[in-house]
Design a protein around this ligand. Sequence first.
Ligand code: CO
Length: 175
Amino acid sequence: MKPYKIITLPSPILRKKSKEVTKIDNNIKNIAERMLFTLKESELGLGLAAPQIGENIRIIAVGVNEARDKQGKIIQKEIPLTIFINPEITKLSKTKDIEEEGCLCLLGYYGPVERPTKIKFKALTLDGREIKVNASGLFARIVQHEVDHLEGVLFVDRLTDKSKLRKVKIEADDS
Ligand code: CO
């Protein structure tokens, strides 16, 4: 399998509202599997939305590796690679926090975004089951970021302070 090429700004695909998936057929399953593979292969991505691979359909992928500090203490729990189809956020907490976000469509840019810390959402799994999920912390943030993509919204639209968008040089791999 080959990873998808990630669409970058200013592609209009990233600004379009995506369509609901009406039938989870083989085409949708193939796109979803390849999205998971693409997310796994990308070292910087925590989530991926279908518009980012050129498809304006409502599919997102989420996945985060476990991270430990120098003492070996877990600072980020693993979020297994998962596909959510037609995700719909049904509840947002009043409590919000501000964290830096980035995006594979705007590689190297980071900026502070305020979002609710807890959400409820529903979605379909790849085998067509409807699930309801409570998410908090990083998981809640990633789902909100990816659902934004399905509406054509990018994190740079939500910056708490536009002057705080910063560019980080991505080191070229010379090895
Ligand atoms: Co993004």
